[in-house]
Design a protein around this ligand. Structure first.
Ligand code: 5GP
Length: 113
């Protein structure tokens, strides 16, 4: 299987605006933001989509949410942000390496489209 764009960014083969990095994940700015703040929280472990994760990923998945909260606090958007995970092409997943969108800085509507 060929590497996804995110794998290449993790491996530093492609550039990205990195907001945060640790041993487990990378947080980058989305190249095509849909809000004033639009970051992607990407685990370094390659998991295609959330429905492919399993029990052994429990700690990793928890870490991604803790990082989301930390990043939101760092940016001062902790009172209003949205986390989105698209799972599968029909749910508009376009990069098949698990990632969480962190979106903030504009009004939200509900239900999401
Ligand atoms: P998905 O549709 O899979 O949930 O989200 C993929 C996201 O990755 C999209 O919001 C898209 O704008 C972003 N994206 C695609 N290619 C790149 C890239 O090369 N660099 C960055 N920073 N973001 C990308």
């Amino acid at each position: 299987m060929t590497d996804t764009i995110f794998q290449k960014i993790i491996d530093k083969e492609l550039p990205a605006e990195i907001h945060y990095e640790d041993d487990i994940c990378l947080v980058i700015k989305d190249i095509n933001p849909i809000a004033p703040t639009h970051l992607l929280i990407i685990p370094k472990k390659s998991i295609e989509k959330i429905s492919d994760s399993n029990k052994e990923d429990q700690e990793l998945l928890g870490h991604l949410f803790l990082v989301a909260g930390k990043v939101a606090r760092d940016l001062g958007v902790e009172d209003a942000f949205r986390l989105v995970v698209n799972n599968g092409a029909d749910a508009h997943q376009t990069v098949f390496h698990l990632h969480i969108h962190l979106i903030a800085g504009r009004e939200f509507s509900w239900p999401p489209g």
